[in-house]
Write a protein that binds this ligand. Structure first.
Ligand SMILES: Nc1ccc2ncsc2c1
Length: 247
């Protein structure tokens, strides 16, 4: 997968040189390219923003640098055609399902907005030649799209074949489609079996895989009910069997 990130803070993405994603880049599974938006400004101050039409606080990112940046990064007739991701608090809530779908794409381009956002004509212009998605990672205040892009790039990249090591699996993750649909993970334990007076639940030492799976699902249901009751309420009735309802 190719991922292009356009930002005024390329150094923000140094973490993508580390750990699993760093290894995936070195092995060629991931081709992540960073672009400084200011490369497409033409004034001595490399201006990327201006005051909003209609007045109001803050600044809006100018369309011209973005238009030229997307032209340069994507080209006139790209093959394959990339999907443009616009991280924005106004976007569709980003979920693991989005990550699973985006992990199947050959090429993603992330446009990291700052200030009050990017001139809305940029998305309209881009949509004339590629799919565009506005995605939000949550309802809180960030300074820009860079943190959100890091979250989405990590969530998508770890689903690519070969990125997770043998000791890790995406299948049992919280929110993993299929097995853990819409349930958060329950508690996890490792050695020692007793620590500061706390014993590991005996079922996990039993070697009885059926009982372990059942216990893990029970604990996932309990934790979901405690921390994320809205996830249970929205689950399709057939996702919870009779045994689940007894938990
Ligand atoms: N403030 C804020 C909140 C969520 C979000 N998602 C993508 S960019 C962004 C910015």
């Amino acid at each position: 997968m190719r991922i292009d990130i356009i930002t005024i803070f390329p150094d923000y993405f140094t973490p993508l040189e580390l750990s699993l994603i760093g290894k995936a880049r070195k092995s060629g599974i991931l081709d992540i390219r960073l672009h400084d938006l200011r490369s497409w400004t033409h004034d001595r101050h490399h201006t990327v923003d201006d005051t909003p039409y209609g007045g109001g606080p803050g600044m809006v990112m100018k369309p011209q640098p973005w238009g030229e940046a997307l032209d340069a990064v994507v080209g006139a007739a790209p093959d394959p055609v990339p999907r443009l991701i616009l991280p924005t608090p106004s976007g569709v809530p980003f979920t693991q399902r989005h990550a699973a779908r985006l992990a199947g794409e050959p090429w993603l381009v992330f446009a990291c907005g700052r200030y009050e956002g990017i001139d809305s004509r940029v998305a309209v212009d881009a949509a004339r030649r590629m799919p565009v998605e506005e995605l939000s990672i949550g309802d809180y205040v960030l300074a820009g799209g860079e943190s959100a892009t890091l979250v989405m790039v990590e969530t998508v990249s770890r689903l690519l074949p070969g990125v997770l090591g043998n000791t890790e699996s995406a299948e049992q993750d919280s929110f993993a489609p299929g097995v853990m649909d819409d349930l958060v993970e329950g508690p996890v334990y490792t050695k020692p079996a007793e620590w500061r007076g706390q014993e590991v639940p005996p079922v996990l030492l039993s070697g009885h895989h059926g009982a372990v799976d059942r216990w893990r699902r029970d604990e996932a249901l309990r934790r979901t009910a405690r921390n994320r009751p809205e996830l249970l309420r929205r689950m399709a009735p057939d996702r919870l069997d009779r045994r689940d309802r007894e938990v």
